[in-house]
Design a binder for this molecule. Structure first.
Ligand code: SF4
Length: 380
């Protein structure tokens, strides 16, 4: 299993809470970027070992900001440079307010078979508060157009812990979204990131976030509501109908190989040993590297086996199914429970983890405390 990630860093405008690598686009800059990205894809296609990719994820930013012809060219270049398996999961991230029927038809024609729609909330006031560019009716319109274009695998992103949000509003968003029947729902807690306008507003006392007890209630009741509506939780923040867990993200959490292309994209792959690298986050350096015929890599590191094992745990324990013991054994030649005997025993003793013949997983209580649970493994 290997995944391809493509980063499109442009957005219509920056949301108040966002610290992703994204910025408002200028058309000329977008054209230059797409041309450089095409070069990087061709270069990477020649340099990296040939393998069949089972997932492609075009993320951002707002990839749906691109014109239909630009998306077509992007996928043509990807298919000419890499072997993308016929049954690959191919996702494109979209924002309501940037979609049209024509764009969606083009995505289908280009082989995109999964859409991820960023809604965040069904409350107009909250959407404005966090600086989203769209309204709830625009989201409904986007969802309807996606179905009309034939998309049978759609994710909707929603958020809790938003400024001024209460539990009833979050539960109402869940109900209104679930009523549409998307195959997948991601429910993220707002993280107040330094350097964002929202962080400054909160710092000046102009905006208040919900109290942590209220956030806890939203999380717990939201989780129960999603379960009652047929969405099974399979990762800390991700819920899906049966058979619709995101394969691309599952590969990340299984610490599988992926190749990231585009500004600031990350990669991990076994080349000799397990290696990670990331592309430059500066647009000018990105253009210069591509112009010079080089991959725009800014930093790379070889991951030692001990760290690789810990990464497998750190990522795998995010999933409800936990870490696959046979896969761990095949990768490292040792059983996970024999590598971390004290941590496994201690976590099981306090009810945060469970050992089963085929997996080691956190319980619901352990998942709520994932960061603390991981500390046990650092001590081994
Ligand atoms: S649309 Fe997404 S990537 Fe773009 S600014 Fe908003 S949160 Fe950030």
């Amino acid at each position: 299993m290997a995944g391809l990630y493509i980063h499109i860093p442009f957005c219509v405008r920056k949301c108040a809470y966002c610290d992703f690598l994204s910025f408002p686009q200028a058309e000329a800059q977008r054209e230059l970027y797409l041309s450089a990205l095409g070069e990087e894809i061709r270069l990477a296609g020649r340099l990296f070992p040939a393998q069949g990719y089972e997932t492609v994820f075009v993320g951002g930013g707002t990839p749906s900001i691109l014109e239909p012809g630009e998306v077509r060219t992007l996928f043509q270049t990807l298919r000419q440079s890499f072997s993308i398996l016929p049954d690959a999961e191919i996702t494109l991230e979209c924002n309501p307010g940037t979609l049209s029927q024509e764009k969606l038809e083009e995505y289908r024609a280009s082989g995109v078979n999964r859409l991820s729609l960023g809604l965040q909330s069904a409350e107009e006031k909250l959407l404005q508060e966090i600086g989203r560019i769209h309204s709830f009716p625009q989201f409904l319109d986007s969802f309807r157009m996606a179905r009309q274009a034939g998309f049978g695998n759609v994710n909707v992103d929603i958020m809790y812990g938003l400024p001024g949000q209460d539990k009833a509003q979050f539960l109402s968003t869940i109900e209104q979204v679930a009523a549409l029947g998307p195959e997948h729902i991601s429910a993220y807690c707002l993280i107040l990131e330094e350097g964002t306008p929202l962080h400054e507003r909160v710092g000046r006392g102009e905006t208040r976030l919900p109290h942590e007890d209220a956030i806890w209630d939203m999380e717990q009741e939201g989780r129960a509501a999603l379960a009652a509506l047929g969405y099974a939780r399979y990762e800390i923040s991700n819920y899906a109908k049966k058979g619709f867990a995101c394969r691309h993200n599952m590969n990340y959490w299984e610490n599988g190989p992926y190749l990231g292309l585009g500004l600031g994209a990350h990669s991990a792959m076994r080349l000799g040993g397990w290696r990670r690298w990331e592309n430059t986050r500066e647009l000018e350096s990105y253009f210069q590297a591509i112009k010079a015929g080089r991959l725009p890599i800014q930093h790379q590191e070889r991951i030692e086996e001990k760290e690789e094992m810990f990464e497998c745990l750190m990522l795998g324990l995010r999933m409800l199914k936990g870490v696959d013991r046979a896969a761990f054994q095949a990768r490292f030649g040792r059983d996970l429970c024999a590598v971390y005997p004290e941590a496994v025993e201690a976590l099981c003793a306090i009810g945060w983890a469970e050992v089963q013949p085929d997996a080691f997983m956190l319980t619901e209580a352990g998942l709520d405390m994932e960061n603390s649970a991981l500390l046990y493994f650092l001590e081994d």
